[in-house]
Design a protein. Structure first.
Lengths: 110, 897
């Protein structure tokens, strides 16, 4: 049976792919995450996350155009599959439930 | 299939893009680091290669545009290393196919550990030998790392050059690190390749400064005056003040963080006034972060160049090479080309009477290690010392490895059975070799760990010895732990190959036979290795002996003057001669003071360089003459003997004829006898001057040089910077305290600083003493490790002959007989190594001694002592074992079997 749970970093990657819409490939995902989370992500750790996500069937990929800047190599574009979207939704629901279950919730940190 | 088509596709796209998109063309001149790119292609899974390689290359070119090439390369390497992870790495075929299975490895590991336990003393000898060798190698690695990274913290270091002045009239092409005042900015304005220039002038030609703040006086030996453009060349991090304007005003200074703390404690120094040498008022305008120690310009205080005598227009000349000129070359300009143009250009610019020199450009990073023969103020280290040290470290490591090989093969007879049984049961040679490599690897790993412990314990001593400030934290750098892993692998293969290949090659038939005829001949190799080890040890012993003899010789050689009990008090902080003389008078009142004299300089420090010409041949080229302006009493204080004539007199203001006292060498050059010379006029760039006396030759410089022409004179061209005081040293600390009190009274705003002449003379040989200590240490370590090996070898040999010894004793052999029998072989080996060591040591020492104009003879008895010492140490080591065997009860030995 395949592991279908979603790690935190994997969740971030999935969401980022959705944000980038048509333009989600390695570099753009990496930069978007760096920009939004304000932390450096190596291409290596991103690769591991993408490979896992693809194994789980949460994302699909296909080759796009090449450019000189890439030494003539093609980009691999990622899209989130329906399974992926469902997993995201499920993760969000669980969180929402948990948030809602907190009594006397206040964002003030004491 | 798919992979090939991909590559073809890549190639097509690649070329077409380069042709069509010329905007990328410039960018594509740069390439990602080639080896990393290849490495990545090698390890990356084919399915991911195109995507990942493309991505990181895209990032690479992005960073080039924003942060430049070196940042991009760095990022690229980092990305590749981080991609080296299981999810990216392709499947690696198990190299031993089905020969070696994980279960077998586990078994090997177990057997290795059992062997260590069974031969504990052997294993410990190996372990410690390796660990000491490694620790020495590591400390040297630390040292070298520090040495070769001089100036690397300046981000433009690659483009910065220093202008050196080369004396083309001097036979040896004397080079100086400094240039005339005009050079730096002339070069900047004339050559478009030069982006920026700055002059750096060590305070008062490299003297220490006395700095006064309110009631406190400080001695400052790192005060430099520099143009404000210095910040465009070198990297400074300002903590207070503004780097853009800090040195724009005249009479401003900036301080390093530590210096600021020293002067002002925790107060804010900005805007405070300091007084330099009791004459120059300067305002503090900035504080910069302390520079790393590995720089030849360890600024503590930098003052603005403008507003002093040396920045006045009449001092902007093409003579007086005292100013260090640094240039920043434009990106991509060629140092050699600029140098050639410069050498051609200055011939037309420099006035004819100064055409004795030309310039050369020296890269900033080369200054520390490659300044042999260049005179400057910075005390560089010569690269040869680095070579010597690395050579010693490698030798030591090699000796430790040899120990391992020796011991491993010595045990071979015992292991032969194990190999035989294994092979009979179907093990291949490769499998057996793996087993032995694993054993070596385990032991080497232990050695690496232990060496770190040793290094940690001994680093403080090493720092003291090497005059460095190395920290154990250096190990945290990736290149060091990569280095450690590298060393581990290297040792495993270096020490493990021979035993592994040798032992695993035993044929099972021979190995299992119980008689002696095993047909292997590791013996001669083992002997060869012992000879090798002891040759090195003996060479080092001989070298150490010669170092000490020579240094001793230097210290005991008659100097021609008496530096003992003479103090040199620095009085540059006092401006007027009247005050200086008042101070001298005051000191003379003290009972402990025997003699005093004011002087410009003293032996062990350089004097002024002038030229002396033969009296009746003014057209002939002169000779170099070192001069020292001094008061009449100078010869008396120094204890230099006057051969003819009389002492100098005190020069008076109306004097137009000045007096000189020449040394014998100078008189010899003039070609007249001392008595004849008295009263003669001599041309020595001192105006009209008359020889009033002739003194004996004395060593004003180090023993590296022959005594040259020297003159004392009374022409007031130089400052009287020192007060020499010959004291009675009975109650020295009290006397010095009295000095200080009087000094502070006479010159309240100048710092009190003094040195003893004999100490100052000894400091001339600091480099040699350091080398002697290092070689001594390495000699000790080498002998120690070699003896460890010898000890274990002797133990083994004795053990093998237990029965023989027992029988010999029964038949009536004495203890002496048996000790002799067992030691003979080893002593013979040490004797051979002694014979090999002699010529090597001879040549090496001959070369080292050549550096000294005055040196000891190469006496035969030094070699003899070293040889006897080596044999003695070896004998002690071996006789431990042989005595034990000889004294044991023969029955114990024979009853076994």
């Amino acid at each position: 049976m395949k592991e279908t749970a979603l790690g935190e970093f994997q969740e971030i990657v999935l969401l980022t792919i959705l944000i980038l819409e048509e333009n989600a490939y390695g570099v753009s995902i990496q930069q978007e995450i760096a920009k939004r989370l304000n932390k450096e992500v190596s291409r290596g750790s991103l690769h591991t996350a993408l490979a896992r996500l693809e194994d789980k069937g949460f994302i699909q990929s296909e080759f796009g155009e090449a450019s000189a800047k890439r030494g003539g190599r093609r980009k691999r574009f990622y899209t989130v599959t329906n399974t992926g979207k469902a997993a995201l939704k499920k993760a969000k629901d669980i969180r929402d439930d948990l948030w809602n279950a907190i009594p006397n919730f206040s964002l003030k940190i004491v | 299939m798919e992979r090939y088509s991909k590559f073809l596709f890549e190639d097509c796209v690649n070329s077409s893009f380069i042709v069509h998109h010329s905007s990328f063309k410039k960018m594509l001149d740069h390439h990602p680091p080639k080896y990393f790119q290849r490495f990545f292609r090698w390890f990356c899974h084919a399915d991911y290669h195109e995507e990942l390689a493309g991505d990181i290359e895209e990032i690479f070119y992005d960073i080039i545009e924003t942060e430049g090439l070196s940042a991009a390369k760095k990022a690229y390497r980092k990305e590749i290393l981080k991609l080296f992870r299981p999810s990216v790495i392709r499947e690696i075929p198990w190299p031993f196919s089905n020969q070696i299975t994980p279960a077998m490895l586990k078994n090997f590991l177990k057997i290795s550990l059992r062997h260590f336990g069974k031969n504990l003393s052997f294993s410990l000898v190996n372990l410690f030998g390796l660990a000491f060798g490694l620790a020495a190698a590591l400390s040297v690695l630390f040292f070298i790392q520090d040495e070769v990274t001089y100036e690397h913290f300046h981000s433009k270091a690659d483009r910065i050059v220093r202008v050196n002045t080369v004396d083309i009239e001097d036979a040896d092409e004397l080079k100086m690190g400094a240039t005339p005042n005009k050079a730096a900015f002339y070069i900047k304005e004339t050559f478009p390749e030069v982006e920026e220039a700055t002059r750096v002038f060590p305070h008062n030609f490299g003297q220490t400064a006395s700095i006064n703040y309110k009631t406190n006086n400080f001695v400052e030996d790192r005060l430099y005056w520099a143009d404000s453009t210095i910040f465009n060349l070198f990297d400074f991090q300002f903590l207070k003040g503004d780097i853009h304007t800090a040195l724009d005003q005249t009479k401003t200074v900036i301080l390093s963080e530590t210096t600021a703390k020293r002067y002002f404690g925790n107060r804010n120094p900005i805007g405070e006034m300091l007084k330099v040498d009791n004459a120059i008022d300067v305002k503090v305008t900035g504080v910069f972060k302390d520079l790393p120690t590995n720089t030849h310009l360890p600024f503590h205080v930098i003052g603005s160049f403008s507003g002093h005598w040396f920045s006045r227009p009449d001092n902007q000349t093409w003579s007086n090479a005292s100013f260090f000129s640094y240039l920043l070359l434009k990106e991509g300009s060629d140092k050699a080309a600029v140098e050639a143009k410069l050498q051609a250009a200055i011939k037309k610019v420099i006035p004819a009477d100064n055409l004795w020199y030309t310039f050369e450009l020296q890269g900033l990073k080369d200054i520390h290690l490659f300044s042999r023969g260049i005179e400057d103020e910075f005390g560089a280290r010569d690269v040869s010392q680095i070579y010597i040290l690395s050579g010693l470290a490698i030798l030591l490591l090699l000796i430790a490895c040899i120990n391992y090989m020796n011991l491993a093969t010595a045990k071979s007879q015992k292991r032969a059975k194990e190999v035989g049984v294994n092979k009979t049961l179907g093990a291949s040679s490769g499998q057996m070799a793996t087993q032995f490599f694993i054993e070596t690897g385990l032991l080497a790993f232990g050695g690496v760990v232990l060496s770190l412990v040793i290094l940690y314990l001994f680093l403080p001593y090493f720092n003291q010895l090497a005059d460095k400030n190395l920290s154990f934290a250096l190990l945290a750098q990736p290149k060091f732990y990569l280095g450690l892993v590298g060393m581990w692998v290297l040792i495993t293969f270096l020490a493990g190959s021979y035993p592994a290949l040798y032992l695993s090659s035993f044929s099972p038939m021979n190995a299992l036979r119980t008689d002696q005829a095993n047909g292997f001949n590791a013996n001669s190799l083992r002997k060869g290795l012992v000879v090798f080890q002891f040759s090195i040890a003996t060479v080092l012993i001989i070298s150490t002996l010669f170092f000490y003899l020579q240094l001793n010789f230097i210290k005991n050689k008659k100097l021609g003057f008496e530096p003992e009990q003479v103090l040199a008090v620095r009085i540059q902080g006092i401006r007027s001669n009247a005050t200086k003389r008042a101070l001298e008078k005051e000191l003379q009142q003290l009972p402990a003071v025997l003699k005093t004299s004011l002087t410009q300089t003293f032996p062990s420090r350089t004097g002024s360089g002038r030229t002396i010409y033969k009296i009746n041949a003014p057209d002939e080229n002169g000779k170099n003459l070192t001069t020292c302006r001094a008061d009449p009493n100078i010869l008396n204080v120094l204890g230099v003997k006057l051969i003819a004539g009389r002492p100098l007199k005190q020069a008076e203001e109306q004097d137009t004829i000045f007096q000189v006292i020449l040394n014998e060498s100078a008189i010899k050059y003039l070609g007249i006898s001392p008595e004849e010379s008295i009263g003669k006029r001599v041309n020595a760039n001192l105006g009209i001057s008359e020889i009033v006396g002739v003194c004996e030759d004395f060593h004003a410089g180090s023993m590296h040089q022959q005594i040259g022409n020297y003159a004392f004179h009374n022409k007031p061209t130089e400052w009287l910077s020192y007060l020499l005081v010959k004291v009675n040293t009975n109650d020295l600390s009290n006397t010095i305290q009295q000095f200080q009190d009087i000094y502070t009274e006479v010159a309240p705003t100048a710092a009190f600083e003094y040195t003893f002449l004999d100490e100052s003379m000894n400091r001339l040989y600091a480099k040699e003493e350091q080398l002697a200590k290092v070689v001594f240490l390495f000699a000790g370590l080498t002998i120690f490790i070699a003896c460890l090996g010898l000890f274990a070898l002797a133990a083994y040999a004795t053990e093998r002959r237990t029965k023989e010894i027992g029988i010999r004793k029964v038949l009536g052999a004495s203890v002496g007989n048996i000790v002799g029998l067992l030691s003979k072989e080893f002593l013979l080996l040490v004797g051979i190594s002694f014979l090999i060591a002699i010529p090597i040591a001879w040549v090496a020492m001959q070369r080292w001694l050549q550096d000294f104009a005055y040196r000891v003879e190469m006496e035969w008895w030094v070699f003899a002592i070293a040889g006897i010492l080596a044999i003695f140490i070896a004998f002690i080591t071996v006789s431990f074992q042989s005595l034990k065997a000889a004294l044991s009860n023969p029955v114990e030995a024979i009853k076994l079997d």
